[in-house]
Design a protein around this ligand. Sequence first.
Ligand SMILES: C[S@@+](CC[C@H](N)C(=O)[O-])C[C@H]1O[C@@H](n2cnc3c(N)ncnc32)[C@H](O)[C@@H]1O
Length: 274
Amino acid sequence: MTLNQADFEYLARFVLENSAISLGSDKMYLIESRLAPLCRQYGVANVSEIVASIRRNPNSKLSSSIVDAVTTNETYFFRDTKPFDELTNETLPRIIAKKGARSSLNIWSAACSSGQEIYSVAMMIEDNFPELRNWNVKLYASDISNAMVERTKAGVFNQLEVSRGLPTASLIKHFNRKGESFHVKEYLKGRLQVFPLNLASSWPSLPSFDVIFLRNVLIYFDPLVKQQILQRTERVLNKDGALFLGGSESTLGLKTKLVRETGKFCPWYRLPGS
Ligand SMILES: C[S@@+](CC[C@H](N)C(=O)[O-])C[C@H]1O[C@@H](n2cnc3c(N)ncnc32)[C@H](O)[C@@H]1O
């Protein structure tokens, strides 16, 4: 049975309220296909029954499964390459030089999906910055999806995932193979703190970050929500820190203090006066 207009509108509102992701009416097919596996999982006949169930009980486990199911988790190791080149060759050397004796570094992947982004950063640091071994380097990763938070914590990837963007040398060096899966080695996992966070709702108290990756997530939000997220980001970005957005994202038309830098490899953003 296909979703009727009223059920679709209810679902779209539910998703908007719970994740700030706005689903236009052209997304009806997408939402049905994303929710179909939940019908099997929860033993209901169709997506309309899923809607009936969350109408009765909006705070059930099914509700968080819906948010998990509609979010787009596309990601891969060293995605787009250039932000990692900028980080390795420009951003980190500059931040390290400025910090001098203050030997701590905080990096945050703010919509981490299954973790490839933050593990790419972890591998890059391990391979290129031996001087940071004596620093207090903390890598943070968060996502709205509990399933993605758990996947990032686990650091376990399948054959297809490790074949996307990950150089063979890094696979050999930083992963242990167990049967068909590849497990990130403990020395990288141990640096990670992974937590659930809906970027569109109020944020808990967070440390301040030297580098923030906020990539390929703003695209899902309305301009006002984007702006609120950028303003919260400004508050947790260090004076000399760098913010990276996704390749198709920018602050254009949004009220924010952030200043765009062209970068040597890709654009990035900083606070004014830094
Ligand atoms: C396309 S992935 C991007 C992953 C990674 N940053 C990258 O660029 O490869 C988008 C991620 O944003 C997460 N997401 C969607 N809405 C969110 C929200 N309101 N708060 C936090 N994360 C959200 C999704 O669960 C998904 O994992």
